[in-house]
Design a protein around this ligand. Structure first.
Ligand SMILES: *Cc1c(COP(=O)(O)O)cnc(C)c1O
Length: 391
């Protein structure tokens, strides 16, 4: 007898994920179809990746046209999508150079290499410590795990890359102390801690970090892997705070569903990477870049305003609802502290045809940025009903 897909996966795929018992086969917009024919409204976007939903016409056209023309070249040659995407990213941010990779962790690896080389050249080889925040998440490689300020990820994988220290989020004094007592090569922040529970940093803290970084010639590194590319209602989340970082790393929503990471370098660090310093075989892959171009070209002011309006709708609908203790986040990156355990809420929502995520002890929503209002309303009504049921 042929094994079911779920059994096959359990048998042969490494057991690193706690998957939901759901096999998905197709999608259109913010609707997903399962193998049993059941339809779901999706509020997860494959963890903030499918920015324009599933099977988006413009994205599919861009990707398939590029795939049929030329799917890969390596970085030994020039291609149009890569160059154009780098230009667009710089124009939208005021940054000067872009390094392309394939994931969020890799975009942070590059950011760390740039900060370390800049600081080593300016201040000496012993200036290598990167300050990040407690409860942060920066990736799963051994170096980005070291950057991640959550001990439970570190256990069993020692020794991690040395030279990372973590200070509590929104604690200006702790940050100042860490910078005073260490030879700091970079300060790395998520403007909204995503995996850490959808917690936005305070304006005061972000501005203080930017001030310290600027005064002491320390690269300010913003991890926009989850918050970037329109997710929070600005092109990048740092733009809410009116700061200009030196290094920005991004991935997730950038490619609209294909693996791509980018590390953006500002004026101060633009010349740090020289031939041979870094590389990636797939980096800047023309198909991924064509997909990313079709995403970024549409993130104009009107579109971002629409993201903000949808965000406001969700906050208003859920704040103060029965069984909802608090709502946090920015734009369409939303965390809901529920009276019931978050896992229970997510499972019950799934049974009622709505897919949500969790982050720590919260229900997390990362819907497609263009989710139809009608789907969003239906899904929020389901969440509200589930939160109040039986409490
Ligand atoms: C998801 C995430 C990463 C890691 O991205 P991968 O593509 O899984 O390597 C890094 N930083 C933040 C803030 C993230 O949300």
């Amino acid at each position: 007898m042929e094994m079911s897909i779920i059994s096959l996966d359990k048998e042969y795929v490494a057991g690193t994920y706690g998957r939901f018992p759901l096999e998905l086969v197709s999608g259109k917009g913010s609707r997903l179809k399962a193998a049993d024919g059941k339809e779901y409204i999706d509020l997860g976007s494959g963890i903030g990746v499918t920015a324009f939903g599933f099977g988006d016409d413009a994205w599919v056209k861009a990707v398939t046209e590029q795939a049929s023309m030329l799917q890969h070249t390596s970085n030994l040659y020039y291609t149009e999508p890569c160059a154009k995407l780098a230009k667009l990213l710089c124009e939208k941010t005021g940054m000067k150079k872009v390094f392309f990779s394939n994931s969020g962790a890799e975009s942070n690896e590059c950011a760390i290499k740039v900060a370390r080389k800049y600081s080593a050249q300016k201040k000496g080889a012993d200036c290598y410590t990167i300050v990040t925040l407690v409860n942060s998440f920066h990736g799963r490689t051994l170096t980005t795990l070291a950057a991640t300020g959550q001990d439970h990820f570190h256990k069993d994988f020692q020794p991690l890359t040395p030279g990372f220290i973590h200070v509590p989020a929104n604690d200006c004094a702790a940050l100042a102390k860490a910078v005073a007592e260490n030879k700091v090569a970079g300060i790395m922040l998520e403007c909204v801690q995503g995996e850490g529970g959808v917690n936005p940093l305070t304006r005061e803290f972000v501005l203080e970090a930017a001030k310290i970084a600027n005064e002491q010639d320390i690269p300010l590194m913003i991890d926009e892997v989850q918050t970037g590319n329109g997710r929070t209602g600005e092109f990048y989340a740092y733009m809410h705070f009116g700061t200009q970082p030196d290094i920005v790393s991004t991935a997730k929503g950038l490619g609209g569903g294909l693996p791509i990471g980018a590390t953006l370098m500002g004026e101060k660090v633009q010349s740090v990477l020289q031939p041979g310093d870094h590389g990636s075989t797939y980096g800047g892959n023309p198909v991924c870049c064509a997909g990313a171009l079709s995403v970024l070209e549409r993130l104009d002011e009107a579109f971002l305003n629409d993201v903000k309006c949808k965000s406001e709708y969700v906050f208003k609908a859920l704040e103060g609802a029965e069984g909802v203790q608090s709502v946090s986040g920015l734009g369409l990156m939303i965390g809901i502290k529920t009276t019931k355990p978050a896992k229970e809420v997510v499972t019950a929502c799934m049974e009622k045809g709505v897919l949500c995520l969790t982050a720590k002890d919260k229900v997390r929503l990362l819907p497609a940025l263009n989710i139809p209002m009608e789907d969003l309303k239906k899904a929020v009504d389901v969440i509200k009903a589930v939160c109040k049921e039986g409490i």
